[in-house]
Design a protein around this ligand. Structure first.
Ligand code: FAE
Length: 539
């Protein structure tokens, strides 16, 4: 436990002794040592690893499971926490409505995507801690990412969307469409546990009134409204609604983790990977360097405590290294390792082709006769598709405030053509993202193709109180970073990095900036495709 967090927690009225007493399990499991799975050796300095996977999100979890099933020993290194022990309130994860020390990655003040409500700023001070949601300020854009064993699956909305088949060639031009839709998307969806809401229950569920209002307004303006699959356990949610089980989606849990019904990676891919007995995971360990060495690569790993301080630096050997640190994490590592000479063979495509999946948010103010409900499930279940005509797919999103707001809220994914680039700044020793705030304008125009028409039909207006004072568009952020080590450019057509054999990219960094829908199913399916080829040919 870092002294800084103790001081800030004490500042909030919790003594060091009481804090340690209540959170001993977190500290024991995560802050002091490597957490390892049954039958797997701990990551000790000097360890020899057959396959080292950097990151435990979608790409990393697919990689670990399939390698282990093929008989390969795997070690996964994850900079975030294990999230397997209760915090000070007896729950593992904090609620969205009341963020606390668990909510943000090494921040002393929250940076909530919806920063304001009814004119009041929502952000507040929190103790600095290795919390679950990183709001990484990359210059022109804030990139939200999950931190912990399970990566983005811990914090995301669980919307498991497969892009329309006709759009896939524009997403990943070098990938066989039939193979993806006949084999890898079905494999990904079934292993993730993606299912669609019971349409009969949807019609009567109090917690989806906001989505039914969304459907009515979309339909009256002539837009295609569609249910989208989710990885939430619908049976559990039905029981939440009757009060038979503790509430999670119906208690507004999402951004800082779900305590119950969401099938996150630790419950799906990673649970299966654990069961093989061949996969070890070291949480609160961050990879900082990978460089060629006899028999493979020398990997430098920093062990963190929950204040973010480095407690130990370990050097290990790995025959093969799989970069699955997420689009930003993988891109930043590769750009730095190339620029500093650790991996000099990487090609000049490394760092290119980054996009934000055209994310832009907005709210609409409905009439008093169109309430959206005080009880809203935090799990979105539907979208409005205007991609072909207007370049936008809008997720009908919840505003789970616990009170009636008469607001409809949307996260749009748009066909924004702009792409950023990661570059090395030798004077600061940091990787920077070249992204300009003005590049969001095409996304706003595309989102307007839906909402201007709905507002005109309904006689409604935009909310101007959600992202600041009199600000309509949430255009400062993304939940969906993609690209930076693009398939068939920085890597071959299966994720093998050019220039160094035995190095692979397995995550969202492979996808050149946009998938036309929410991305994690595509990241998972692509990783399934690539690892199958890699196992067949390289092991
Ligand atoms: P990711 O899941 O980000 O995993 C990367 C992991 O690597 C993380 O756990 C990092 O902590 C770890 N890491 C990074 N650097 C290092 C390092 N140097 N050493 C060790 N570990 C490291 O990557 N997508 C959907 O499809 N549907 C949704 O409903 C949805 N909602 C979202 C809501 C929110 C609030 C957010 C933030 C994202 C949402 N997403 C959604 C996006 C989705 O979670 C994201 O595309 C995937 O998680 C990306 O998967 P990757 O495997 O690329």
């Amino acid at each position: 436990m870092g002294s800084r967090s103790v001081i800030t927690l004490e500042g909030r009225g919790l003594s060091r002794r009481r804090f340690i007493g209540r959170t001993g399990s977190i500290i024991g499991a995560a802050a002091l040592g490597a957490f390892d799975l049954p039958n797997a050796a701990a990551l000790e300095p000097g360890a020899q690893v057959t396959a080292l996977v950097i990151g435990t999100g979608y790409g990393g979890s697919v990689t670990a499971l399939r390698l282990a099933q093929a008989g390969v020993d795997v070690h996964m290194v994850e900079m975030g926490m294990a999230w397997d022990s209760p915090g000070t309130d007896g729950k593992v994860f904090a609620n969205t409505i009341s963020p606390d020390y668990r909510s943000f990655w090494l921040r002393t003040r929250t940076k909530q995507p919806l920063s304001n409500f009814l004119g009041y700023p929502l952000d507040k001070d929190v103790p600095r801690y290795t919390g679950i949601l990183d709001a990484e300020d990359m210059g022109g854009i804030v990139v939200y990412q999950g931190r912990g064993v399970g990566g983005g699956s811990l914090v995301n909305g669980g919307m498991a969307v497969t892009p329309q088949r006709s759009r896939f060639p524009a997403v990943l031009p070098s990938v066989d469409v039939d193979e993806m839709y006949d084999v890898y998307y079905p494999r990904a969806n079934s292993t993730l546990g993606a299912t669609t809401i019971d349409p009969v229950w949807f019609e009567s569920a109090e917690c989806y009134q906001y989505a039914r209002v969304g459907r009515k307004h979309a339909g009256r303006s002539g837009f295609r409204f569609m249910f989208v699959p989710s990885v939430y356990d619908w049976d559990y949610m039905k029981q939440e609604a009757t009060g038979a089980v503790p509430r999670s989606a119906l208690a507004g849990e999402i951004l800082y983790g779900n305590n119950h019904g969401k099938k996150t990676l630790p419950k799906t891919y990673l649970a299966q990977a654990r069961a093989t007995g061949r996969v070890g995971i070291s949480p609160l360990h961050r990879v900082t360097s990978v460089t060629p060495a006899t028999g493979g690569y020398s990997v430098t790993v920093e062990q963190l405590d929950t204040s973010g301080a480095v407690r130990a630096t370990k050097s290990v050997r790995a025959q093969r290294v799989f970069f699955a640190a997420g689009s930003v994490g993988t891109s930043k590592l590769l750009v730095r390792l190339k620029a500093t000479g650790a991996l000099p063979g990487l090609n000049s495509e490394v760092g290119n082709g980054w996009g934000e999946n055209g994310n832009v948010m907005c709210g609409r103010a409905n009439h008093l006769w169109d309430p959206t409900g005080a009880l809203q499930s935090s799990i979105p279940t539907a979208g409005i598709d205007n991609w072909t005509a207007g370049g936008a797919f809008a997720e009908v999103a919840p505003l789970p405030t616990g009170i009636e707001t008469w607001a409809s809220f949307y996260l749009s994914i748009t066909d924004n053509p702009h792409r950023g680039r990661f570059t090395w700044n030798a004077s600061t020793g940091k990787v920077e993202l070249d992204w300009q705030t003005a590049w969001k304008q095409p996304s706003i125009t595309m989102a307007k193709s839906i909402f201007e028409r709905i507002n005109a039909t309904e006689g409604t207006i935009y909310r101007t109180d959600l992202f600041g004072a009199y600000k309509i568009w949430g255009d400062h952020l993304t939940y969906h970073p993609l690209g930076g080590a693009v398939l068939n450019k920085a890597t071959d057509n299966y994720g093998r990095l050019h220039g160094h054999s035995g190095l692979y990219v397995m995550d969202g960094a492979l996808i050149p900036g946009n998938v036309s829908v929410n991305p994690f199913v595509t990241i998972t399916a692509l990783a399934e495709r690539n690892i199958e080829k890699i196992i067949a040919e390289d092991f």
